[in-house]
Design a binder for this molecule. Structure first.
Ligand SMILES: C[S@@+](CC[C@H](N)C(=O)[O-])C[C@H]1O[C@@H](n2cnc3c(N)ncnc32)[C@H](O)[C@@H]1O
Length: 298
């Protein structure tokens, strides 16, 4: 049986043998990826896949080999399957958007906690730099009484986010606006104010050699590195929070490793903000900086 290369028999079509072949091609740690890529192709979960002992057809074999070749080239699994789970929801992703990371879920945790405990489950949330929409869509799903404004400078990202919102039935409660950082908010919420500003900005410095080379190669540069000094972004966000948050409102921003003190100081020194603090993610890393709008001036 050919594996699709047209060069004769190479791969057994039996699922267990196929997984062994793929795992060896993706070694040293490719077993999980091999399983996820095949389970997705066959439309089943990994448990069901591992219990299979039948063969897959020629077309499936060719498609699977193509996936393994893409993965061998470093392409992230999520771009190959076209999906990524975030906050227990499935998001469609492709090369137009950053792949949502579990690290960012803490931002949603904080937004949900704030709206439920301090706003009675209603209010307006802004998600600046929405990407595939994981923050905006998760907030809308978790807090049915809230409305969301989701912005991004990339019209491609807005298209992906909008389709994810529709996929999860919350498109009617999210306003999508293309624009630079807080500009869209200043045009839309000046009168009514906004209760929470959530943002996972592009915070990686271009010269940061801790960045995985596949992130550099495959994910959108604008989403990873942005187009300037990340600290200027936090300064803009702090000004927007001072100007636009309703009294007691929340700003919560994801930060890069080692940036937390600078961002803390930026939010602490913004007029109209108080109680700046750092939140740790599930790995114990300083991941999010928050602050609150003062309740009354003076
Ligand atoms: C780190 S990604 C975050 C995406 C998504 N919120 C998430 O957490 O997966 C940053 C996003 O900000 C957008 N972005 C970059 N510069 C921007 C700017 N000046 N104004 C608005 N959005 C911007 C990028 O297009 C990208 O979608």
């Amino acid at each position: 049986m050919s594996a699709g290369s047209g060069s004769g028999p190479t791969v057994s079509p039996e699922v267990p043998a196929l997984l062994r072949w793929a795992t060896s091609r993706l070694s040293p740690d490719g077993g999980l990826d091999a399983e996820v890529l095949l389970a997705d192709l066959l439309g089943c979960d990994r448990a069901k896949l591992l219990a299979m002992d039948g063969e897959i057809d020629e077309e499936g074999l060719r498609a699977y080999e193509k996936r393994i070749v893409r993965r061998q080239g470093g392409e992230p699994v999520a771009y190959i399957t076209g999906k990524k789970e975030f906050y227990s929801l499935e998001f469609q992703v492709d090369a137009r958007v950053l792949i949502p990371r579990p690290d960012t879920e803490i931002l949603v945790d904080e937004g949900v906690r704030f709206l439920r405990e301090e706003r009675g489950g209603v209010g307006t949330v802004a998600d600046i730099g929405t990407g595939a929409g994981p923050i905006a869509v998760s907030m809308a799903c978790q807090v049915p009484g809230c409305s969301v404004i989701a912005t991004d400078i990339s019209s491609d990202a807005i298209d992906v986010a909008r389709s994810n919102a529709d996929l999860h039935g919350v498109g009617g409660r999210i306003r999508f606006v293309i624009g630079d950082l807080d500009d869209p908010l200043r045009q839309t919420v000046v009168e009514e104010g906004v209760d929470a500003i959530l943002c996972n900005p592009p915070y990686v410095l271009p010269g940061d050699d801790r960045v995985d080379p596949t992130v550099r190669e495959f994910e959108p540069s604008l989403a990873v590195f942005g187009s300037g000094d990340p600290l200027r972004i936090y300064e803009r966000l702090a000004r927007a929070a001072s100007d636009l948050l309703s009294p007691g409102g929340l700003i919560a921003c994801e930060v890069g490793l080692g940036m937390e003190r600078d961002v803390l100081s930026t939010l602490s020194s913004a007029p109209g903000l108080r109680d700046a603090r750092i939140l740790r993610d599930i790995s114990g890393l300083d991941r999010v900086v928050t602050a609150r709008k003062v309740v009354a001036d003076g």
